[in-house]
Every structure is written in structure tokens, then in C-alpha cells.
Design a protein around this ligand. Structure first.
Ligand code: UDP
Ligand code: MG
Length: 133
């Protein structure tokens, strides 16, 4: 990796794939000059999802979250560029689409927090963990 760059893990969740907006989302990151360094279309196992979301295991929505993420294939991607973790989260908008403005991905493509179509790492450390998974 070039100096000063970092990587983030972004995945389009099963509802985003179902909605047919994979291309629209990838286009936004490409337009923002993020570099795509890896991409995989996969149906994540329950076990993998539990590892990915282990920090949330005591939250009431965790069982439903794992079930939702396991309900169909996802598009898992690694994007690389300067400050990509923070900029990626800004482009996603707030976790809950009801709290975020149009012009963000959550603001433009979804309605409910439990079906919010896309994930992005929240720190460089979690990006590293999620990419390794
Ligand atoms: N989530 C949910 N209900 C909530 C909060 C979160 O269903 O009240 C889901 C939602 O899909 C979210 C994911 O759990 O994206 C992970 O939650 P987190 O708080 O880590 O938000 P994120 O990092 O995805 O913004
Ligand atoms: Mg999170």
C-alpha cells in the first residue's frame, strides 16, 4: 500500500443486491476516486457473520441482523485511498436512514435501519479485522 493510504471494507447487503443497485453504488465510489482492490460475491455463512458482528452480540437486534445478512448473497469489497474509512462512512450516511440526508447512500436508497443495504467499516482497526474475515 502507498504511504498515507488506508483500506476499508464495504459490503452491499442482501437487500441492496436484491434491489439491483450494486452498479449505482460502485459507481459512486469510483467517481469519488476510491480504488477498488478486491471484490467478492458471496453468500456469507452464519458463522462468518457472527464473527463480523461480534461486537454487537449483546444487542437486541443481533439475531435478526445475522439472519438478514444471511438471507442472500452480498457484494464484499475492499476500497483503498487516503482517509477512505472516514470518507466511506460519510458517503454511507448515518446508520439509520431516517436520520440521514438525501445525497448519502442510506439517504437515497433505503428507509429502515434493519434493512439499510450497505455496510462500511467504522475505523481503520475494524476495517483490518473485517478485511481479514
Ligand atoms: N441495526 C439494526 N437495528 C439497530 C441498529 C443497527 O438492525 O437499531 C443493524 C443495521 O443493519 C446496522 C448494523 O446493525 O447497519 C450494524 O450496526 P452498527 O451500530 O454497527 O451500525 P453501522 O456500523 O452499520 O453503521
Ligand atoms: Mg458498525
Amino acid at each position: 500500500m502507498a504511504p498515507n493510504t488506508e483500506r476499508t471494507f464495504i459490503s452491499i447487503k442482501p437487500d441492496g443486491v436484491q434491489q439491483g443497485i450494486v452498479g449505482d453504488i460502485i459507481k459512486q465510489f469510483e467517481q469519488k476516486c476510491f480504488h477498488l482492490v478486491a471484490m467478492k460475491f458471496l453468500h456469507a455463512s452464519e458463522e462468518l457473520l457472527k464473527q463480523h458482528y461480534t461486537d454487537l452480540k449483546d444487542r437486541p437486534f443481533y439475531p435478526g441482523l445475522v439472519k438478514y445478512m444471511n438471507s442472500g448473497p452480498i457484494v464484499a469489497m475492499v476500497w483503498e485511498v487516503l482517509r477512505v474509512v472516514k470518507t466511506g462512512r460519510l458517503m454511507l450516511g448515518e446508520t439509520n436512514p431516517a436520520d440521514t440526508k438525501p445525497g448519502t447512500i442510506h439517504g437515497d436508497f433505503c428507509i429502515r435501519v434493519g434493512r439499510n443495504i450497505i455496510h462500511g467499516s467504522d475505523s481503520v482497526e475494524s476495517a483490518q479485522k473485517e478485511i481479514n474475515l
